[in-house]
Design a protein around this ligand. Structure first.
Ligand code: F6R
Length: 598
């Protein structure tokens, strides 16, 4: 979603804001803007498209000396990606940046319009600055800001500057992340994620929902739910190594290649002999759990689907899977002795976070499987396991998915252990997984060569059975995100119930045909498609004569080893097709990394 940064200090403010936005650009990149306030001088710049357009636009602007600066990179929710809709939004003497959605912006807009106030943009954000100036006619700036924030409904992280009180940055946060950073030179920073703060701030405060306040070099005033709080800073734990591509063409490529190392780290300290151990769960009794609900969005939802097969097969616990945006508005029944697991890379996905809140309110025991410590989801859930993927910068998720599946599989084994089952084969396979995702030059070259045949067509069907069905969904999602070609994932056995009507030579079937999971069944389904002239790329350890293209995988003893190797192949295939089509692999059109709006 949108990215927010802010700075209070003496340094070149424009550059600090641009550098911070660069870190967040992968989250939203339709347009960007910044504003700098020094005394009563308020300068602002906006540009459509990538951040470099904004950088060029303010190239000759200098902003040394004590002052305040805010910046924003946008993923459009209300109104197109135009300069007028870009943030900061301006009043007569104030400006605001905002991440989230103001749900009641229409009501506020109507009210202000009745009072003779006009609007320039189509955004929800503009109402914030106009409402602020409306109240500031009669109140001091902080009181006006307070009144404004109280009237807003929805999700927001807000930074506001105003000449009415030129010695403050006003901030507010609800259901969208906002972090305050500080260093030993007494500079203050704001950001919607850790990454812009790394290297600049030593300590941070993660603001809670319904927080608002103001800051300058001498004061930091934070209210939570109207109560003045004395919040303490905690150490910022991160380094900047993720920010380099290390010779790879794209962050996504780097992240695909690092999966072997990352998956070793997921296992580190968590397998002892033939046992899975989680220190985090040492004192937890999960023996009464007889049902699991898994809830997530997008790629994380696919990890949830795959793990549901594992919870039932290995731990013998009933598992069902929910799409978070659906779960929120369903009168879902959560039974006693059930565990509600949310899965999220970012830990900030609005739908998943709300689903978690609902489950918690209904009395469920909640559990987060998440990549970001201290994220809203981790803080809210009763229990959590971190997936240890490290920062993922490619908008299309790769290593985060791999770590989610591995962590959930380990959790299934962990819960099965309580039932005294023999799990040696599972443990053996688990330990072998890092070897299954090593990218060899030969494999990458082969996928690069094959990719040239799959740049058009009227559609792709990724098909598989059992856990390979969620993997088919994930493979198709990767392809459509990166190539903008239409792709669907389907259970192989379901094609004959309708979708097979689409089959012809321009329908590309990507068949996941593992040796250790329903091979013959999948093969029959693939043959039905071949008989209707569909073009076939099969991925399997077993040669399949009828394939137009064939990628041979390693002979493995466990289907999960095949799962991870096939995952790697589908990721590389989507990336290579996207590169050939000239698309931006790391920042595909219309997408954003962390979806903090509904
Ligand atoms: C796809 C992708 C998205 C996310 C989804 C949930 O490549 O990255 O589908 O998986 O937006 O995000 P998290 O996992 O952060 O909750």
């Amino acid at each position: 979603m949108c990215g927010i940064v802010g700075y209070i200090g003496n340094k070149e403010k424009k550059q600090i804001i641009l550098d911070g936005l660069k870190e967040l650009e992968y989250r939203g990149y339709d347009s960007a803007g910044l504003a700098v306030m020094k005394g009563l001088e308020l300068d602002f710049f906006k540009a459509v498209g990538k951040l470099e357009n904004l950088t060029n636009k303010c190239a000759s602007f200098e902003s040394e000396g004590y002052g305040f600066a805010i910046g924003h990179t946008r993923w459009a929710t209300h109104g197109k990606a135009t300069e007028i809709n870009a943030h900061p939004h301006l009043g007569e003497y104030s400006c605001v940046i905002h991440n989230g959605i103001i749900e009641n912006y229409k009501e506020i807009k109507d009210k202000l319009e009745k009072n003779g106030i006009s609007f320039l943009s189509q955004t929800d954000t503009e109402v914030i600055v106009k409402l602020f100036e409306f109240y500031a006619k009669d109140l001091n700036a902080f009181e006006a800001f307070k009144h404004t924030v109280k009237e807003l409904k929805g999700a927001f992280a807000i930074l506001l500057l105003s000449k009415k009180d030129q010695n403050k940055v006003f901030f507010a946060k609800n259901a969208a992340p906002l972090i305050i950073g500080r260093n030993s030179q007494n500079e203050l920073f704001f950001a919607s994620a850790d990454s812009p703060l790394v290297g600049l701030s030593e300590e941070v405060i993660y603001l809670e929902d319904l927080s608002f306040g103001y800051a300058n070099k001498d004061e930091l005033v934070i209210y939570e739910n109207d109560e003045l709080k004395n919040k303490s800073f905690s150490k910022l734990l991160s380094d900047k190594s993720y920010a380099k591509k290390d010779g790879f063409r794209f962050f996504m490529e780097k992240e695909i290649y690092e999966q072997s190392r990352v998956l070793s780290e997921v296992l580190m300290g968590r397998v002892n002999g033939d046992e899975v151990i989680f220190d985090e769960l040492e004192n937890e009794d999960l023996s009464d759990i007889n049902e699991i609900t898994l809830c997530a969005c997008g790629t994380s939802y696919h990890a949830a689907l795959a793990s549901a097969y594992l919870f039932e097969r290995i731990a013998k616990i009933k598992a069902k899977v929910e799409i978070a945006s659906e779960f929120r508005y369903r009168e879902a029944i959560i039974s006693k002795n059930s565990l509600f697991i949310v899965i999220s890379q970012s830990g900030e996905t609005a739908d998943t976070l709300e689903a978690l809140k609902i489950a918690k309110e209904k009395g469920a025991r909640t559990f987060a499987v998440c990549n970001v410590d201290n994220s809203s989801i981790v803080r809210l859930a009763h229990l959590s396991l971190l997936t240890r993927a490290g920062i993922e910068k490619g908008v299309a998720s790769t290593k985060a998915f791999a770590t989610q599946v591995l962590t959930l599989w380990m959790l299934a084994i962990f819960m099965a252990q309580k039932k005294n089952q023999n799990l040696n084969d599972e443990i053996k396979a688990l330990l072998h997984i890092p070897n299954c995702v090593v990218v060899t030059q030969k494999l990458h070259d082969k996928i690069h060569r094959i990719s040239k045949r799959y740049l058009d067509g009227h559609g792709f069907f990724y098909i598989g059975r059992d856990v390979f069905y969620p993997l088919a969904l994930e493979g198709a999602l990767k392809l459509k995100e990166l190539s903008y070609l239409h792709a669907e994932g389907y259970p192989a056995g379901e094609m004959k119930h309708g979708p097979i009507a689409l089959a012809d030579s321009k329908l590309y079937t990507i068949a996941l045909m593992p040796k250790n999971m329903l091979y013959e069944k999948t093969k029959s389904n693939v043959e039905e498609l071949i008989a209707r002239d569909s073009t076939l790329l099969s991925i399997s350890p077993l040669e399949f004569d009828l394939s137009d293209d064939f990628i041979r995988t390693t002979e493995q003893e466990h289907y999960m080893c095949e799962f991870f190797e096939m995952m790697l192949i589908t990721q590389l295939l989507a990336m290579e097709i996207s590169i050939r089509l000239g698309n931006d692999v790391d920042m595909p059109r219309n997408l954003a990394k962390s979806v903090t709006v509904e």
